[in-house]
Design a protein around this ligand. Structure first.
Ligand code: NAP
Length: 541
């Protein structure tokens, strides 16, 4: 191998969301050059794509942000506990403006291929416009849940009105007031979208295949006192996220289990935590909810009973009752008025699993086995190819021309969701087999780890880092072993994206490391301290 030529950039990354912005900061600190490409018209990742009514973060604002700058943390002001997409987007602009990041970002540019060049050790990146760039390090910052999935339904192109995936809500906006809206899917997106659209639409009809366990979000306005408390305690908040299984600033129940707690005390604790909102109900109550089937059943039953208190019509409540799978085997959405929306006269729920399966999309609406529904707008809130979709959407070729999507046909393997064997000098931020956690926390931990590796290479004069196959085999086996010990392993029964079980023609698989985000962050720290034993470094001179 000969490395005579200088690449165009030290680093090329795809994706200008949280990951892209964090990368720019850390790469610049390392004194390297970077170009971040994004096919979107704006930065923001999730928040520039998901502009549907009601779209908001499910993490609380004060830890759903980047923490590399104390100044940014102190200056930015959130207005509510769970900011909507507009506010999240404003925040991302604030970060990019303050840190002068725009000069390293190229929008409206889709990358169609990334090829590892065996002769130079560089990556060749090509755009849809036909431009080509080279870099030494290629980084996927494309997001964990970004590649939309639209099911193949007969007649899908025949509808005459607006018809699109929820993450492609028209950027210029869409006036749905007084219109009849049909939504296919009843996951986290619909749970957010329904209450807002129902306020002004003539009608909203939700086509549901599987009911969810849904917990309350409990939205709150930011007060000056709360903001002061947050800003005075940021070091502690960041440390809490770094040391939490889910990367969130939660307290842990440290060893308290439902199994070992008297039943009336269990109910008391669940009741106390319910009104606090967010995922705290799962992570601050008991430690055995996601591993002990009986404990999980008790918590799940509690969630269902809370739903029944809100939904007036017992028949609708029955349809909204999750059945046949454990609580959290599908990612539970947070409720901002979803259940109350079903008490409105203009909202209808259609059970397409049993009572009236979908037949086709028609020119005027949706036909089920029992009815013809007429709509002005149809939204596919049908989810995403999580963890792997973005990387598989383009042609990423490693050694010997190996296509990443071919490598991942049966097992979406990686080393800690960051490295992939046969893909030298390539890194992923929250790739497959990383944890599912508060994303900015995981993103920043990934970026720090990746930059540690790059800095080692630059400092010690290495040209290539080659992820080891045995390290990948080990991580794949370890992740699978832990996954099998959780109730999330039953996600394949209910099309859970957490196992890629929402994809047709693809086997469900282990996509998530469930050993705890904190444990995972420790593993990355230990790997860096040990000089990255998972990869082989080489010089070419
Ligand atoms: P999702 O949770 O995967 O839900 C997709 C919905 O579409 C499900 O109800 C699914 O039914 C249905 N569906 C899929 N294919 C179908 C078909 N062929 N026929 C009928 N129904 C079909 O997707 P999502 O709601 O977009 O959420 C995905 C993830 O994105 C969330 O879990 C979350 O992690 C993230 N998200 C986050 C936020 C936030 O943090 N604020 C907001 C929205 C989304 P089945 O359940 O039967 O498969």
């Amino acid at each position: 191998m000969a490395l005579q030529q200088q690449p165009d950039f030290d680093v090329i990354a795809i994706g200008a969301g949280f990951a892209g912005l964090a990368l720019i900061h850390h790469i610049r600190e390392a004194g390297l050059s970077v170009r971040v490409f994004d096919k979107a018209t704006d930065i923001g990742g999730t928040w520039t794509w998901n502009r549907y009514p009601g779209a908001a973060s499910d993490s609380e604002c004060y830890y759903y942000c980047l923490t590399f700058s104390k100044e940014l943390l102190q200056e930015w002001q959130w207005s509510v506990r769970y900011p909507g997409w507009e506010e999240n987007l404003r925040y991302m602009h604030f970060v990019a403006d303050k840190c002068d990041m725009w000069r390293d970002i190229q929008l409206n540019t889709e990358i169609v291929s990334a090829d590892y060049q065996e002769d130079t050790g560089h990556w060749l990146i090509k755009t849809a416009q036909g431009d080509a760039y080279t870099c030494k390090y290629f980084i996927s910052a494309m997001g964990m849940i970004s590649e939309p999935v639209v099911p193949s339904i007969k007649g899908i192109d025949s509808f005459k009105g607006p018809c699109f995936h929820s993450s492609r809500w028209p950027e210029e906006g869409l006036d749905y007031a007084g219109k009849r809206v049909g939504i296919i899917g009843a996951g986290a997106t619909t749970v957010q979208m329904l209450p807002v659209t129902a306020e002004t639409a003539e009608s909203v009809t939700v086509f549901q295949r599987t009911a969810n366990f849904i917990m309350p979000a409990v939205q709150k306005t930011m007060t000056p006192e709360w903001e002061k408390e947050i800003k005075e305690n940021y070091n502690e908040i960041i440390a809490k996220c770094r040391n939490h299984v889910f990367g969130m600033a939660f307290d842990s129940p440290v060893g308290r289990t439902i199994e070992d707690t008297p039943p009336e005390e269990v109910q008391k604790i669940l009741e106390e935590h319910w009104p606090r909102g967010s995922f705290r109900f799962v992570f601050e109550t008991f430690d055995d909810l996601l591993t002990n089937p009986e404990s999980n059943r008790i918590a799940g039953e509690f969630v269902i009973n809370k739903m029944k208190e809100k939904v007036n019509d017992p028949e609708i409540a029955e349809m909204l009752t999750p059945k046949g799978y454990p609580f959290f085997a599908k990612r539970p959405p947070l409720d901002h008025g979803y259940y109350e929306a079903y008490n409105r006269d203009n909202v209808k729920l259609v059970d397409i699993a049993e009572r009236e399966p979908l037949v086709e999309i028609t020119e005027t609406g949706i036909r089920t086995t029992e009815n013809d529904y007429e709509f002005d707008i149809i939204v596919f809130a049908t989810g995403f190819q999580a963890y792997t979709g973005a990387q598989e959407h383009l042609a990423i070729r490693g050694r010997n021309g190996l296509l990443l999507r071919d490598k991942w046909e049966d097992v979406s393997s990686s080393i800690m969701g960051v490295f992939v064997a046969d893909f030298p000098n390539m890194f992923m931020i929250t790739g497959p087999q990383a944890p599912f956690a508060n994303l900015p926390t995981s993103i920043e931990q990934n970026v720090i780890y990746i930059l540690d590796c790059i800095k080692k290479m630059e400092g010690e004069g290495f040209d290539v880092c080659v992820p080891k196959q045995d390290a990948e085999d080990e991580w794949v086996a370890h992740t699978a072993e832990i996954h099998a010990q959780t109730l999330m392993a039953q996600g394949d029964k209910v099309h859970s994206w957490m196992m890629g079980a929402n994809l047709k023609n693809r086997k469900p698989r282990v996509l998530i490391y469930f050993g705890g985000a904190n444990v995972y962050y420790d593993k990355m720290r230990d790997s860096a301290a040990a000089g990255f034993p998972e990869v082989e470094f080489a010089r070419t001179a």
